[in-house]
Design a binder for this molecule. Structure first.
Ligand SMILES: Cc1cc2nc3c(=O)[nH]c(=O)nc-3n(C[C@H](O)[C@H](O)[C@H](O)COP(=O)(O)OP(=O)(O)OC[C@H]3O[C@@H](n4cnc5c(N)ncnc54)[C@H](O)[C@@H]3O)c2cc1C
Length: 486
């Protein structure tokens, strides 16, 4: 079976991409367009990584991470994917907040947030403008010592309600907290504020289907259910990978796997400098997630209550409480039939941030009980908006940090990659091992659908330069078929 998955795979590629998350897929596509021979290996049976979906009996289909991304996705998808993909991106109009501090619906852009901050929160219009301009001007090379909490305190001292409005959605979007560097907040927040929140019409299944078709057009070899076990490093440079027990030669590897497992398992610390290993081991991973998937029975409908609901019964905002196992805060993503034009089905996904350690050690029985409780509290919360929802559902199930760790092999089920310091470790990897690259959610700013795609492009540019160099090209030319087979 293992051998079958690598049927017809050649013995040498310019680049092997390990993992088919949005960063891996995009890096593969960009490199293939530049004329390189690319092999993409994914351990799961589906491509897409966390950009995924699943089907259940009764005609249900659930999207896992399709809740919203910034408008920048349109440009990135048009440039690095296809016009058809870009054309399917549509704005989510109804973003709703409901918590003890405020309740309203917003288009989630600078104009509407300015209006809300001035009219509902009583903040001076100049202060709001200065805050937006400061956030907009932030970039990666700025001061990294100021925290997001300090940024808010500078502009809105003592205003927990304002902080909740500005921070809570970003915490859901990338797991960042008030303790993270302000630049990570400023960059991500400004991306959203430029034109609001967008979604892919047609669902994740359609997106990944279109991406696969484009990859095939560009002659990327796609293989699923192939576990990459090791990167072969010899003389300080990448020579190939061991996948499903077979050695495949290559000039460069792009690992889309979790940063920590890339270094510890795929490359091996023995090939890396001591100082680099020390810094990389100290990289903190982001939190994980829980979700409850609710499928509405065929023939039933639900009223429109907004597209994305940020809800909480907690009196005040604080970042850590969003991850608690019995959190009072969650987002509801409402999937009305227009998400998949032609369909007449409704689905609802409740998402909460979560800590892996709260779930990892539970016995099977306690785990089942905790999942049942998660479902129950989510349904209770949803009944506030849709009182008779229980009667309309014929499928409900939950996922936890254990689920995410299982399907993606991300250490601690990390949903959004690493904290800020992970970006340097990821970017510096090629300096450690020639031809070894990492691309995937890292550093908060390179996380989420847009961040992952854009980081895939950035890394592909570096890989392109590397594999186009004479020394690597001559290695490819001198490679004899059969040499790489284990
Ligand atoms: C519940 C949830 C909600 C989210 N909501 C949003 C949202 O609304 N908007 C947004 O923009 N982002 C959202 N995200 C985040 C977003 O989905 C991710 O940041 C992004 O999809 C990650 O892409 P990636 O390229 O880093 O790789 P990943 O998606 O993490 O994929 C890595 C891939 O590598 C594969 N792999 C790992 N090791 C190996 C190996 N050794 N051999 C072969 N294959 C391997 C894995 O199986 C996986 O397919 C959400 C995430 C979750 C979990």
């Amino acid at each position: 079976m293992a051998g079958d998955r690598l049927n017809d795979v050649r013995d040498y590629y310019d680049v092997v991409v390990v993992g088919s998350g949005l960063a891996g897929l995009t890096a593969a596509n960009v490199l293939a367009r530049r004329g390189h021979a690319v092999l993409l290996l994914e351990q799961h049976y589906n491509f897409g990584g966390l950009a995924t979906w699943f089907r259940r009996k009764g005609g249900h289909i659930f999207d896992v991470s399709l809740h919203g991304f910034p408008v920048g996705m349109v440009k990135s998808c048009r440039k690095y994917w296809t016009q058809e993909i870009a054309d399917s991106i549509v704005q989510l109009k109804g973003i709703r907040f409901d918590n003890p501090q405020f309740q309203f619906e917003t288009s989630f852009d600078r104009d509407d947030f300015t209006r809300l901050l001035v009219e509902r929160f009583g903040v001076e219009v100049d202060t709001v403008a200065r805050f937006f301009d400061t956030a907009r001007a932030m970039d990666f090379y700025d001061d990294q010592t100021q925290t997001t909490a300090e940024l808010f305190e500078e502009f809105f001292p003592g205003r927990n309600d304002v902080v909740r409005l500005l921070m809570e959605p970003i915490t859901y979007a990338n797991g960042s907290t008030l303790a993270d560097p302000a630049i990570t907040y400023g960059i991500v927040f400004s991306n959203f504020m430029s034109k609001g929140v967008y979604i892919f019409q047609g669902g994740t299944d359609k997106l990944i289907g279109l991406m696969k078709a484009e990859l095939k057009r560009n002659r990327v070899e796609l293989r699923r259910q192939v576990q990459v076990e090791r990167v072969v490093v010899e003389g300080g440079a990448v020579r190939g990978v061991i996948a499903n027990g077979r050695r495949i030669g290559c000039g460069a590897v792009v690992s889309n796997a979790n940063l920590q497992s890339t270094l510890a398992k795929l490359v091996g610390y023995e090939h890396l400098d001591k100082d680099y290993v020390e810094a990389a081991r100290a990289v903190r991973l982001s939190n994980s997630s829980c979700q409850v998937y609710m499928g509405v029975r065929r023939g039933e409908g639900i009223d429109y209550i907004g597209d994305l609901l940020f809800t909480s019964t907690r009196p005040e905002f604080d970042s850590p409480s969003l991850c608690e196992a019995n959190t009072q805060s969650r987002t509801f993503s409402m999937y009305y039939p227009d998400i998949r034009p032609g369909s007449d089905r409704y689905a609802i996904v409740s998402s909460t941030n979560a800590n892996y350690e709260d779930w990892a050690e539970l016995s099977e029985e306690d785990y089942r009980t905790a999942k049942a409780q998660l479902i129950e509290t989510s349904l209770n919360h949803l009944e506030t908006y849709l009182p008779n929802i229980r009667e309309k559902l014929d499928h409900v199930e939950a996922s936890t940090p254990r689920t995410f760790a299982h399907y993606t092999q991300h250490a601690v089920g990390a949903t959004f990659g690493t904290k800020f310091e992970g970006l340097a470790a990821s970017m510096d990897l090629p300096k450690q091992v020639a031809g070894m690259f990492h691309s995937g959610s890292v550093g908060i700013i390179m996380s989420g659908w847009l961040g992952a795609i854009n980081y895939g492009v950035i890394v592909a540019n570096d890989v392109d330069a590397f594999v186009s160099s004479e020394s690597v090209k001559s290695r490819a030319g001198g490679f004899e078929v059969g040499e790489g087979a284990a």
